[in-house]
Design a binder for this molecule. Structure first.
Ligand code: NG6
Ligand code: CA
Length: 501
């Protein structure tokens, strides 16, 4: 009897110790997922039950943003808390680019690391690797994620459509046979591997003839860039998500008793969309829809794993996307022909690469079961603010000059207030400033439509002013009616641009 009581007390203590465990944070980042691509936010042609579940138990932010309308700059802002347009060389990077995250500055994972967290990244990196472009892929590649705040990394270098199509774990290419070394070039063809251009008959998915993606063929898919060697290390696209998910599960399992931060950078629904067999054809909307179902399934798997580890209530999941949606982004994959009335943008205008809201207003959910309850928040929140928000949560003082654009909005992220940012800068080919309900787009000379992907860039040589409260679709340009507003926003933008500390 006495024994039983002692065991009981012991169990109580163990449980208490666990419930005292610090919060874990998982940041799930979709790639090119639109505001209207999720059923919690109005999609009816496809269903995302696992993402919806996060939304229905957590906070749905209707005014959630990435900084930019493409991948690299958005990820740069997420990691550094700096607007990417302040920094040259933060545009979409080739697969052989050098690391663009400074190793001596505060980064988002460093904020967690200094608070005693284990930090891991699994998935798409796209922020460059190594010190130089001409790097040796056959030895440990440094600096990379492990040098800017991650204890563990299992990534692919750039995008799924860019070589080298290999996984890199803590700096080393996985499964590499050193007798078959990897070489990469974005300048000229190297080695004997067939290219999509010379051998279109080898492709299992046609490329759009005006959008390239016709260089080295890997897994019967044409890519951007040339590679040779590394045959045993090359990935199979259909397995990408299984591989990342397995690594993420191992990371969670290994750190179930320690606080952890996991950055899960999914590849869906970015091109090439080549989902696993179990998802092919499942959405009825072509491979893009299938890829979104695969993404949703992965989210469900992460939640199940948290439950199985008994840490679900102790883990915050933040779900978002790095930029707005695009249909034909280089491959003929049914994204247009099988769209079936699906509206990836919802009511927004633009899309990937656009300065309109469709470029940077993205799904944004914060779920923390048991601690935050469901609500819909109109607070303007941005990925660039995660750094300062978590720094404040951990009472970490950001060194002067670091993360200068990141603001602490932890109270908005936790649903304690519906007030987020008052001012925000959006970025594509040009800049826009949002202040309250107003958005001003800086005049720009570039094309009105993107090349080939057929998206309105938002570029215009005249000033554009929209009232987002009344006109979320940015249809009525009010610049002529409110010249004072235009002038005030221009001035505010100038002041923010000049800020350097
Ligand atoms: C573009 C690619 C597009 C995609 C994008 C990066 C062409 C014509 N198009 O340059 O396919 O890879 O870069 O997407 O090359 S992002 O989400 O990583 O920013
Ligand atoms: Ca992207």
């Amino acid at each position: 009897m006495k024994h039983v009581r002692i065991t009981f007390i012991y169990l109580l203590i163990v449980q208490f110790a666990f419930s005292q465990q610090k919060l874990n944070v998982i940041y799930i980042y979709a790639d090119d997922l639109g505001n209207g691509d999720v059923s919690y936010n109005g999609a009816t042609k496809l269903h995302t039950p696992n993402i919806d579940q996060l939304a229905s138990q957590g906070i749905i932010f209707t005014n959630g943003h990435t900084t930019s309308a493409t991948c690299t700059p958005s990820r740069y802002a997420l990691m550094t808390g700096r607007y990417p347009w302040r920094q040259e060389g933060t545009g979409i990077l080739p697969g052989d680019a050098a690391l663009i995250i400074p190793a001596n500055k505060t980064t988002l994972p460093l904020v967690f690391q200094q608070a005693g967290y284990q930090t891991g990244i699994v998935g798409k990196w796209h922020l460059g690797l190594g010190a130089v472009v001409k790097k040796n892929w056959n030895a440990t590649i440094k600096p990379g994620p492990n040098e800017v705040g991650f204890n563990f990394s299992f990534i692919f270098p750039a995008t799924a459509d860019r070589v080298p199509t290999v996984f890199i774990e803590n700096g080393n290419v996985v499964g590499l046979d050193l007798k078959d070394p990897i070489k990469v070039s974005y300048k000229e063809k190297i080695g004997d591997d067939p290219t999509g251009k010379e051998h279109p008959e080898l492709l299992k998915m046609h490329t759009d003839p005006i959008q390239g993606h016709d260089q080295t063929i890997v897994n019967n898919i044409g890519r951007i860039g040339y590679m040779t060697g590394g045959k045993t290390a090359r990935w199979t696209d259909e397995e990408l998500t299984f591989t990342f998910l397995e690594k993420a599960k191992q990371f969670m399992e290994g750190n179930k008793n320690k606080p952890f931060f996991l950055y899960y950078a999914a590849t869906e629904p970015h091109v090439p969309r080549m989902p696993a067999t179990m998802f092919k054809g499942k959405s009825g909307l072509g491979f893009r829809g299938d890829a979104i179902l695969q993404l949703d399934w992965m989210v469900g798997e992460i939640v199940s794993k948290l439950k199985a580890l008994g840490i679900e209530k102790n883990t915050m999941i933040i779900f978002s996307s790095d930029n707005g949606p695009v249909l034909n982004d280089g491959y003929i994959d049914g994204s247009i022909t099988e769209l079936n009335g699906h509206t990836p943008l919802g009511p927004l205008r633009g899309g990937k690469s656009s300065i309109f809201e469709g470029g940077n207003r993205v799904p944004f959910i914060v779920s923390w079961p048991g601690t935050i309850s469901h609500q819909v928040s109109p607070a303007l929140v941005s990925q660039i603010d995660l750094l300062a928000s978590f720094a404040s949560y951990f009472k970490f003082k950001i060194p002067n000059g670091d993360a200068i654009d990141s603001e602490n909005h932890m109270n908005a992220l936790l649903g304690k207030t519906k007030q987020g940012r008052t001012t925000y800068i959006e970025h594509a080919g040009t800049l826009a400033i949002v202040s309250g309900d107003w958005k001003y787009i800086v005049p720009a000379k570039g094309n009105a439509m993107t090349y080939a992907t057929n998206i309105e860039t938002g570029n215009a040589t005249i000033p554009q002013l929209y009232n987002l409260k009344d006109d979320i679709g940015e249809k009525n340009n009010l610049a002529n009616q409110y010249p004072d507003k235009v002038a005030a926003l221009e001035l505010l933008l100038k002041q923010i641009k000049e800020k350097n500390n």
